[in-house]
Design a protein around this ligand. Structure first.
Ligand SMILES: Nc1ncnc2c1ncn2[C@@H]1O[C@H](COP(=O)(O)OP(=O)(O)O)[C@@H](O)[C@H]1O
Ligand SMILES: [Mg+2]
Length: 265
């Protein structure tokens, strides 16, 4: 793919005897959404760590926009437009929602100030709250947020840095049937605005509503990637991940009980 924004090639990673990545290669085009699935312990979060720079791969390369960023740390990668939400939300609990997002916006303000006119970090933070539907809780201490808002705050903080590549780690798990579509709409609108997304999610029907392509990891290896509906019908994916839930997840009106085993609420 010549228009790839992110190109990961031959990535390997182990923690002692545990192999979390073995020759993992994939690409994400600008403005494309890639879904990432696989059983617990497959190495999904570690792969996002390797792309975001909080973990260093043992082998392989990470290229952003044609530039090798394999040796760059997380801050330098954020500087180049990679933002991340964490599986376990970690806001600054003593700060309000707005203040949390302002931290990200201020950081991005410094980045963009180098290349263009200085940005108003406050306006950028407010914009991220609007996009994520959080203006009403802007002045709430983030430590007292309910689950949906904690997940939105993770996305808002990442968005405030105005990323080109957004890495999302399980933002839908535990949400109600009414909340889920809001998160789906949010991710879809970001993608439609040209932000490339890599989204790890066990809530498959949410993922399938948004992503352009799907990749399945198992024991650190890519066992399938491509068209989402082809991937979820692949025998290997059914065997190691979906089991008997595959019919249920492709049903037009799925219910939450069909979430595959391993879902973390
Ligand atoms: N920092 C670490 N030190 C040691 N082992 C780790 C570390 N991070 C992850 N692992 C192990 O790597 C494997 C993959 O973990 P992870 O990437 O979190 O999987 P997933 O997100 O797919 O559930 C697991 O066996 C996990 O225990
Ligand atoms: Mg994980």
């Amino acid at each position: 793919m010549s228009d790839s924004l992110l190109r990961v090639t031959g990535v390997a990673k182990r923690f002692g005897p545990v192999v979390t990545a073995r020759d993992v290669s994939f690409e994400v085009a600008a403005g494309e959404a890639l879904g990432l699935v696989g059983p617990n312990g497959a190495g999904k979060t570690t792969l996002l760590d390797i792309v975001g720079g909080t973990q260093r791969a043992d082998a392989g390369t990470v290229v952003l926009d044609g530039r090798d960023i394999t040796r760059l740390g997380a801050a330098a990668r954020a500087d180049r437009g990679i933002a991340r939400s964490y599986q376990v939300p970690r806001p600054f609990g003593g700060l309000t929602v707005y203040e949390n997002v302002l931290v990200g916006a201020s950081f991005a303000g410094q980045r963009h100030a180098r290349t263009g006119p200085a940005d108003d970090a406050g306006a950028q933070a407010w914009h991220a709250l609007e996009v994520t539907g959080m203006t009403e809780v802007a002045n709430t201490p983030s430590g007292s947020l309910r689950l949906l808002d904690r997940k939105r705050l993770e996305v808002a903080r990442a968005l405030a840095t105005r990323p080109r590549l957004l890495l999302l780690d399980e933002i839908a798990g535990g949400l109600t049937d009414r909340e889920l579509p809001q998160v789906v709409r949010l991710v879809r609108s970001l993608r439609d605005d040209g932000v490339a997304v890599v989204w790890i999610e066990h809530v498959l029907h949410a993922l399938l509503d948004v992503v352009d392509r799907l990749m399945c990891l198992a024991a650190g290896e890519v066992i399938a990637q491509g068209d989402p509906h082809d991937v979820i019908r692949s025998p290997e994916v059914i065997e190691v991940y979906l089991g008997s839930t595959v019919d249920a997840v492709t049903d037009p009106a799925p219910d939450p009980a069909t979430t595959p085993p391993g879902e973390t609420a």
